[in-house]
Design a protein around this ligand. Structure first.
Ligand code: ZN
Length: 157
């Protein structure tokens, strides 16, 4: 599904922390599949001292009021910083990361999307069908992945 959508969008990027998290869980079937997606390209990292400092700042904001640790929310924080550098859109189903990323200090409203919103954009573009969207929601739920659209306060689509 994501590959189908990607073909009509800007080249995707992912970050080293997300790649690392998925590599650690590589024993899970869906993680192995993600690691095999060549179309995701080489993972990107924050490069400058300022970007690394911003990653730490964002990690703390996402975790607040809970204390953070070096790996908690690292993938989300790196993704926000790299998306800011590239002028890209950040796609997440992490509610706290979504809210922090929408802060104009980071990406701002409109530069953060849920996976489900990509599905509905693809539907509007005629790339996929509503049946495929329903199947993908079920597939993700069966894999214990919670989409943000299914949480209280967010409507699907
Ligand atoms: Zn949805």
């Amino acid at each position: 599904m994501l590959f189908s959508i990607h073909r009509y969008r800007d080249e995707p990027r992912w970050v080293t922390a997300v790649h690392q998290e998925i590599s650690v869980a590589n024993h899970l079937q869906h993680c192995a599949a993600v690691l095999s997606f060549a179309w995701l390209g080489t993972p990107v990292s924050p490069l400058t001292d300022k970007e690394i400092e911003e990653v730490l700042n964002i990690q703390g904001r996402i975790s607040f009021p809970k204390p953070t640790n070096p790996s908690k929310n690292l993938g989300e924080a790196q993704s926000i910083v790299v998306a800011k550098r590239l002028g890209a859109i950040f796609v997440t189903d992490d509610r706290d990361a979504f809210k922090v990323a929408e802060n104009p200090q980071f990406l701002g409203v409109g530069k953060v999307k849920t996976a489900c919103s990509l599905f509905y954009e693809a539907l509007a573009d005629g790339i996929i069908t509503i049946s495929q969207i329903k199947i993908d929601h079920s597939t993700l739920a069966a894999a214990d992945r919670v989409m943000l659209c299914t949480k209280r306060g967010f409507s699907c689509g």
